[in-house]
Design a protein around this ligand. Structure first.
Ligand code: HEC
Length: 260
């Protein structure tokens, strides 16, 4: 009895803790705009990923790095699928620090496909100092790193409101319905018309938020489409095996059954 009691007690404490946690978290339900990449057959929308890259690079990249992405990824299958030529042009618009050269000095050169995305700040401290003491997190895997993933990030982008009366916010702090604690040290990054889409799509706040979050979701999980494809094939394969096994079972047992 004694032996069983302790793990049981720990389990109860753990359960009640996680229930109370999820109850607290559920108080603010996240927005769910519906994503093309969700679900078993989910796929990214190429045009959306290209627009999302445009929003990232024209707006978010002023503060947020994406240091695990290379310019080459922009033209790889399963992503925004810019042509290699387009990706080369994109890369060449960034200045990359390279070196040292034969004189032992660092120099800058235009970016190449193999370079990682150039970040806005040289290090975390510089980023924090430039943003009033708040670090703009790297966005390479942010969708994976946050509970609620794509829905959460979309909700934060759409969640700016006036603070409830009586709530006083410090300078540089904004009210956000979906940020834990409702306070965020990032001013609303996307106002309608913030970018002029190359493909002519109207850049409403919802549209840009959706596009940039789709882009971030792809960055965090670049092999999603390949994974879905493999999953689908595996299931078809298992189905065929099941049918074969079923009929061979029937055949093997038919002799015995017919004798009975
Ligand atoms: C002017 C700088 C700036 C720009 C531009 C900017 N951000 Fe931020 N962002 C920040 C800072 C600083 C934080 C940290 C806020 C905090 O911790 O309170 C942040 C936090 C965030 C968070 C919250 C992450 C978390 O910790 O849960 C998200 C999501 C986010 N940014 C998305 C974006 C997107 C998407 C864009 C582009 C559309 C963007 N940001 C543009 C500075 C910026």
């Amino acid at each position: 009895m004694k032996i069983f009691f302790k793990p049981f007690l720990i389990l109860m404490i753990f359960l009640s803790y996680s229930f109370s946690l999820s109850a607290a978290e559920q108080s603010q339900k996240l927005l769910e705009p519906g994503w093309s990449f969700k679900g078993f057959f989910g796929k990214f929308d190429r045009a959306q990923l290209q627009r999302g890259y445009q929003v990232y690079t024209e707006v978010c990249a002023a503060c947020h790095s994406m240091k695990y992405l290379s310019y080459r990824n922009l033209s790889q299958p399963g992503g925004p699928e810019f042509s290699e030529q387009q990706a080369k042009i994109i890369a060449s618009q960034f200045e990359v620090t390279d070196g040292p050269n034969s004189d032992g000095e660092m120099f800058t050169r235009p970016g190449r496909l193999s370079d990682k995305f150039v970040g806005p700040y040289p290090n975390e401290q510089a980023a924090t100092a430039a943003n009033g003491g708040a670090y703009p997190p790297d966005m390479s895997v942010l969708v994976k790193a946050r509970k609620g993933g794509a829905d959460y990030i979309y909700s934060v982008l759409m969640g700016y409101e006036d603070p409830p009366s009586g709530m006083i916010l410090d300078d540089g702090v904004y009210y956000n319905k979906y940020m834990p604690g409702n306070k965020i040290k990032m001013s609303q990054p996307l106002m309608s018309g913030a970018v002029e889409y190359i493909d002519g799509t109207v850049s409403s706040e919802e549209q840009m938020s959706k596009d940039v979050v789709a882009f971030l979701a792809w960055a965090a999980e670049p092999h999603l489409e390949a994974r879905h494809k493999i999953g689908f094939r595996a299931i078809v394969y298992l189905l065929i095996i099941t049918i074969l096994v079923y009929f061979s079972m029937k055949k093997i047992w038919s002799r015995i059954e017919s004798k009975v």
